[in-house]
Design a protein around this ligand. Structure first.
Ligand code: UD1
Length: 344
């Protein structure tokens, strides 16, 4: 019988892409989502892409332990991939209680339910934000984490530590939990089918949805935050990773857990391309790929932004047998196709 994976936050941007790739790899998937930051558009898209109308879906809030426990009672869960969390960096600064309470409690409930149901594999969606303004680039998994720049970032660091401690504690108990934290760099793009993609509510905080919404005419002008950084063109450098490539890293990580290939009970992987791209370069490439001339202006730096951050993905490449494959052009074209699909 194939293994069953619970994807919490599975109706969202990354969760929906991961669901597609897990099913393509032959896993059974159970999706849980409270739809607080998305609607059912992507879940419907997942059903179309996979041709499966029978994916179990629980509209639950993972902050409610009873609801989480019910999923584990009704399904024998072999692994959980936990995405259910708030992710707006700016909002987390003004509403720290909301962020700490949601992001920590939901993860603790997942871990507690996993433990109460005999233990399982847990994959946590962490972020490169834990590296802060790193001195040495690119960053490896050994690069020290820096104090987070926001409550959102803090919740990522804290959840990594919670997972590490739970793995350690349960290693000598009956219900063993094994854990992997994947540190994502900047996920962008959409599924090649253009049936699922990023669906920001309100004004996008992130660069690519802002670019595509400007190109389609939903936003008047893109503001590029800072062109006075000590980089080649003065704008920030990031490691933009295609969301399908990112999703495949989850499949590789889950396979490593199921096949007993983990070298430690808790492992961390950088999930990036290793290729730094500047904000300005990305804007220019988008114009080339889409054939749309973007309205943009340079404005002041955004508070909390780091100048440059990109991954050394060697460890993930070697240990997971995974590598980011899509070019930045392909990825930008997919983001543009998705934006156009939304406008149809
Ligand atoms: C942020 C979070 C990261 C999170 C990621 C995805 C921090 C410091 N960063 O990354 O943890 O995983 O979002 O949600 O916590 N930019 C513009 N104009 C815009 C928008 C962005 O110039 O309208 C620039 C930013 O200044 C930055 C780059 O584009 O240099 C990327 O920004 P963004 O997409 O928001 O991602 P990060 O801030 O890198």
């Amino acid at each position: 019988m194939s293994k069953k994976v619970l994807v919490s936050g599975g109706a969202g941007y990354i969760g929906s892409h991961v669901t597609v790739e897990l099913m393509a790899a032959g896993y059974e998937v159970v999706v849980a989502d409270n739809l607080s930051n998305c609607d059912l558009t992507c879940f419907e898209g997942v059903k179309k892409i996979t041709g499966r109308d029978d994916i179990p879906f629980y509209q639950i809030d993972c902050c409610d332990y009873v609801s989480v426990d019910k999923v584990f009672t009704e399904h024998k869960i072999d692994a959980v991939i936990h995405f259910a969390a708030f992710k707006a960096v700016g909002e987390s600064v003004s509403e720290p209680i909301k962020y700490y309470s949601n992001n920590l409690v939901s993860f603790l409930n997942i871990l507690e339910a996993a433990k109460n149901h005999g233990g399982c594999n847990v994959l946590f969606s962490s972020s490169a934000t834990v590296y802060g303004e790193a001195k040495d680039l690119p960053v490896t998994e050994q690069t020290p984490r820096m104090p987070a720049m926001s409550p959102y970032g803090n919740t990522k660091t804290m959840c990594e530590d919670i997972l590490r401690d739970v793995v350690y504690a349960t290693s000598t108990q009956d219900a063993v939990i094994k854990g992997i934290a994947l540190r994502y760099f900047n996920p962008i793009g959409a599924h090649p089918s253009a049936l699922i993609g990023e669906l920001p509510r309100g004004v996008p905080n992130n660069l690519v949805p802002y670019i595509t919404q400007t190109a389609i005419g939903k936003r008047e002008c893109l503001s590029i935050f800072g062109n006075d950084y000590p980089t080649e063109d003065g704008t920030c450098l990031r490691d933009f990773i295609d969301v399908t490539d990112l999703a495949k890293a989850h499949v590789a990580a889950v396979a490593r857990m199921f096949e007993g290939r983990m070298k430690k009970g808790y492992e961390i992987f950088n999930v990036g391309t290793g290729r730094p791209v500047s904000v300005y370069e990305l804007v220019t490439k988008f114009e080339q790929v889409s054939g749309v001339k973007l309205d943009y202006k340079f404005v002041a730096r955004r508070e909390g932004d780091v100048m440059a951050l990109w991954a050394d993905p060697t460890f993930a490449n070697r240990e997971l047998g995974w590598k980011a494959e899509r070019t930045i052009e392909e990825t930008l074209a997919s983001a543009w196709a998705w934006e156009k699909h939304l406008a149809e």
